[in-house]
Design a protein around this ligand. Structure first.
Ligand code: BDR
Ligand code: CA
Length: 310
């Protein structure tokens, strides 16, 4: 497998952190464009810089939009990720600096400099990407692939609105712009995430056996694991890591189905839902390759290497 060339839009975020560790272990990372989402932009930018220091990397960090495009969000995810987004461990000020270029502009520039090369991995509310698309509608023609972590394809979301998943529900208008603009992207949704949680004991074994990356991750994931347990969710849940696995190695996908997927923008109870035309009733062209099953062993091997276990 040749090393994938990755461009990552992210709101770190505990599971974003694991995805970013995977990206650096298995591929080359052209940049981290940063969104607000799990917590505020000042935290997500700082957390990305913490990761770059941890990895002794030179990956550029581009701060993006501090709010969704249209409506202010109803909730963030600090109760899962910690008030600072990294489990409230309390890291000292990172050595590296964030870049001066806005995330949307960096997405446009990098894809122009390297047409056809970059796999774009969207792990956050889609605000930066929507803005980039409005600046440059030809952007989809220049990327190799788009992988999105978002949505709940049968309506079992994880936000205050039952069918809405967090990344889409935080900024539905941006998700709408992206889902309309891209004709063919991989969609890794919340329901897939719940079906692919890691066993707690197995994961703890990796954390104990790994290097400084495992130690770091073991620290930041405590709040999220406790919150998920309290909510009756089983195992170690790592949504963004699944999307990264699909971006790094498409062969990790065991089963997927291509369908038309749209985002609900209104709806008293349904704003932010991803509406899938499962039976192709409207005859609209399929835009999303909905990932339904991953090869667990292959996925686990990618995560273990990212934590320095193997
Ligand atoms: C998604 O929302 C965020 O809380 C996670 O980082 C992930 O990107 C899961 O719904
Ligand atoms: Ca995320």
């Amino acid at each position: 497998m040749t090393r994938p060339q990755l461009l990552i839009d992210t709101d770190p975020g505990v599971d974003d952190a694991l995805a970013i560790l995977m990206a650096h272990a298995h591929g080359d990372v052209a940049g981290l464009s940063i969104a607000a989402g799990n917590v505020g932009l000042e935290h997500t930018v700082r957390n990305a810089r913490v990761l770059v220091d941890l990895l002794d990397a030179r990956t550029p960090v581009f701060p993006g939009c501090a709010t969704p495009l249209v409506r202010m969000p109803e909730e963030n995810a600090a109760f899962v990720h910690g008030r600072d987004g990294f489990g409230d461990v309390g890291f000292s000020e990172p050595r590296n600096e964030a870049g001066g270029e806005a995330a949307a502009l960096a997405l446009v520039r990098l894809t122009r400099q390297r047409p056809g090369e970059l796999t774009l991995v969207a792990l956050a509310p889609l605000t930066n990407l929507a803005l980039a698309l409005r600046l440059d509608p030809a952007l989809p023609t220049r990327i190799r692939r788009l992988v999105v972590m978002g949505g709940a394809v049968t309506g079992q979301g994880n936000t205050g609105r039952i069918p809405a998943e967090f990344n889409i529900g935080f900024d539905p208008e941006s998700a709408h712009v992206v889902f309309e603009a891209f004709k063919d992207f991989d969609l890794v949704d919340w329901e897939l995430t719940l079906r692919h949680a890691f066993d707690d004991d197995e994961f703890d074994g990796w954390l104990a056996a790994g290097d400084k990356r495992a130690q770091f991750y073991g620290g930041i994931c405590q709040v999220a694991r406790r919150t998920n347990r309290e909510r009756g969710r089983r195992g170690v849940i790592v949504a963004d890591a699944l999307a990264m696995a699909v971006a790094i190695d498409p062969a990790v996908v065991v089963r997927s189905e291509r369908r038309a997927v749209a985002v609900e923008l209104d709806g008293r109870l349904t704003r932010g839902a991803t509406v899938v035309d499962w039976a192709n009733r409207l005859g609209r062209p399929a835009n999303a390759n909905i990932v339904l099953q991953l090869d667990r062993e292959r996925f686990a091997a990618m995560v273990r290497r990212a934590l320095g276990v193997d």
